[in-house]
Design a binder for this molecule. Structure first.
Ligand code: ADP
Ligand code: ZN
Length: 617
């Protein structure tokens, strides 16, 4: 048997998959040859197999997986154990006794994958005898961007990992991350001391996630839209990201009141509460979580069907990582982001106060460009990650609903004249107030209600003005003086428009441009792995029954439903309708262990369903 055949046999028997995806095999092969690597793959791309398979293939050895997140670690191990893979973790959540047992098992060569936190690894490894350290076949550094100050999630404890290469020069290192721009990527190689590492970059595209941005909605309107959206996805799991802790609480309360049970999640909560919420979410007992960015890093749940950003995130890396938590199973999922100019102001303050104002302001600017885009959003996103993507995606709001352009010179002149007549001493909000003719305290106090432009823009609504002012800013008609209370300053180009020497076009604001539709039924295209069977139709009623069965089996053995089978496997079953052990064993995601454990209940449920249908006919 060749190396590749052996790897494929393991892939089938342990995971129930028939082939490697993308660069997985190249990465594994390179590691087996002893090479270091940096692996950039989007969330859900299949990073874990890249280091798990080398560990499994090693006859006497084992792979060390360094991961910053305990919850994620424990979940991965539970999932691996379901597949019969000998994986264990060493971390501070385990008792001293459990950790000692783990080391004993390592000693006996009974562990193939050891998950460990960075701080634990360095304190532990000195205590190990050479009979253990000699058997390390790989160091896999997960979430490797945490090692770089340039990344968006720097963790000081990661920097100690720089010592590994010196101490174990013969052991390959694999650094994996879902988000790394060029600077971070180079820094990872430098910090880990692996200058020769081969770079494996997969496409960052996640074609199954539809990208949608709603501009200008605030307060009640935004909330109504969120409710409307969730109601289209009632039985599905979703995450709503909010900017601040108190927003998560408010959102969860309001949703619950509106009949959508939801819980908040943020860093200020007790560890116990947080763990409980994660559990409930993973187990499908809680469908909606309103969270700050603290949530999701530790979640390896394949059937999150939507992610809502109730405000614009700080940067595209964060945004991409967060939306990436949806649709890991490859099935259709939605990303919905709300965006207002107010978000930009708040985030600018955060950025200015951060240690790296310049970098963070720049990242924010790119985020804003994405939010305000008039072209396919996936193009912008992928070009940010330096990826060539030369066609429209047909799965974003811009592609599905191209903007309608009109001559906006008159509106621009109204706005510019308001700015001019107030001596460029007003912010974007005040422009809207003046144009709409609002007698706000500041407006009256400063006498802005007496200028000629007061109220001339009353035929447009506030969201319309907000949207158009943003476009004008984006076009460069005026600038924001961040150092002068965000007052607007007219540019040379702006003056040309104001005095009628230039015209401009605006994208028409689509009132209620909120038109995220109910998801289309799954088509063949998005489930390539089901291959030939995809032309058959999935039996929805059967799928629901299998989902219930999965939940019951999971509850009985105290694991998460997705660890029994993924949604994708259930869909394959509801399509293929296997009724024998042999038929069941070749279903997507059914490895040897799971086949033995589950073929009876699942084929029985399928047979029952078929009989029932026959009787009905
Ligand atoms: P990442 O760690 O990159 O976010 P995972 O390793 O969790 O992604 O993989 C995402 C999903 O894809 C998982 O459900 C995984 O089992 C599945 N997967 C990975 N590789 C393959 C493959 N070769 N064939 C089929 N499914 C795969
Ligand atoms: Zn598009």
């Amino acid at each position: 048997m060749t190396r590749e055949e052996y790897a494929l046999a393991l892939l089938r028997s342990c995971y129930g998959y028939d082939s490697f995806r993308g660069q997985q095999w190249d990465i594994i092969n390179h590691t087996l040859d002893g090479g270091d690597s940096i692996v950039l793959m989007p969330t859900g791309g299949g990073k874990s197999l890249c280091y798990q398979i080398p560990g499994l293939m090693s006859e006497e050895g084992f792979a060390i997986v360094i991961s910053p997140l305990l919850a994620l670690m424990n979940d991965q191990i539970d999932a691996l154990q379901q597949n019969g893979v000998p994986a264990l973790a060493l971390n501070s959540e385990k008792t001293e006794n459990e950790n000692r047992q783990t080391v004993d098992l390592l000693m006996q060569g009974k562990v193939k994958l050891l998950y460990i936190s960075p701080e634990k690894l360095l304190s532990e490894i000195d205590r190990w005898s050479t009979s253990i350290t000699d058997r390390i076949c790989l160091f896999a550094v997960d979430e490797a961007h945490c090692i770089s100050q340039w990344g968006h999630d720097f963790r000081p404890e990661y920097t100690q990992l720089g010592a590994l290469k010196q101490r174990f020069p013969q052991v390959p290192i694999m650094a994996l991350t879902a988000t790394a721009d060029r600077i971070t990527r180079d820094d990872i190689a430098k910090q880990l001391d692996i200058p020769e590492a081969r770079l494996f970059i997969s496409s960052f595209d996640r074609p199954n996630i539809s990208l949608n941005v709603v501009q200008g909605s605030t307060g009640k309107q935004k909330f109504r839209q969120i409710v409307q959206f969730i109601n289209l996805h009632r039985n599905e799991s979703g995450i709503i990201y909010c900017l601040r802790r108190r927003d998560t609480e408010k959102m969860a309360d309001q949703l619950t009141e509106a009949g959508i049970p939801a819980k908040p999640f943020h860093a200020g909560m007790s560890v116990r509460d947080k763990q409980q919420i994660q559990r409930d979410f993973i187990n499908d007992d809680l469908k909606v979580v309103c969270a700050t960015i603290a949530f999701g890093m530790g979640i390896d749940k394949s059937n999150v069907r939507y992610v809502i950003h109730s405000n614009m995130p700080r940067n595209l890396e964060g945004y991409y990582q967060e939306i990436g938590r949806a649709g890991r199973d490859g099935l259709p999922a939605e990303a919905l982001m709300f965006y207002t100019y107010g978000d930009v102001v708040t985030l600018q303050q955060f950025a200015q106060q951060s240690g790296q104002a310049y970098v963070n302001m720049e990242k924010l600017r790119r985020m804003q460009q994405f939010a305000e885009s008039g072209v396919c959003r996936r193009r912008i996103l992928l070009s940010y990650f330096n990826e060539r993507f030369d066609h429209d995606c047909h799965n974003c709001d811009i592609c599905n609903n191209p903007p309608d352009r009109f001559d906006g010179t008159r509106y621009a002149q109204m706005a510019l004249s308001a700015i001019k007549r107030t001596d460029e001493q007003i912010s974007m909000f005040t422009v809207t107030e003046i144009l709409r003719g609002w007698r706000k305290a500041e407006v009256i106090e400063k006498g802005y209600d007496r200028i000629k432009t007061f109220g001339v823009g009353h035929d447009l609504t506030v969201p319309e003005w907000n949207a158009y002012l943003l476009q004008m800013l984006q076009m460069g008609l005026f600038d924001i003086a961040y150092n002068e209370s965000n007052h607007l300053k007219i540019t040379e180009y702006g003056n040309e428009v104001l005095y009628g020497r230039q015209t401009i076009e605006l994208n028409r604001y689509q009132r209620g441009s909120f038109n995220v539709k109910k998801r289309q039924p799954v088509t063949e295209a998005v489930i390539p792995e089901i291959g030939a069977t995809a032309t058959k139709e999935m039996d929805n009623a059967l799928f629901e029954k299998l989902r219930d069965l999965r939940k019951a089996l999971a509850t009985a053995s105290h694991i998460a439903p997705y660890m029994v089978f993924s949604d994708k496997s259930l869909q394959a079953m509801a399509t293929e309708k296997p009724t024998t052990q042999a038929e069941f064993s070749i279903i997507y995601g059914v490895g040897t262990m799971k086949c033995q454990k589950y073929w009876r209940p699942f084929t029985a449920a399928i047979l029952d369903h078929i009989k029932l249908q026959k009787r009905k006919q």
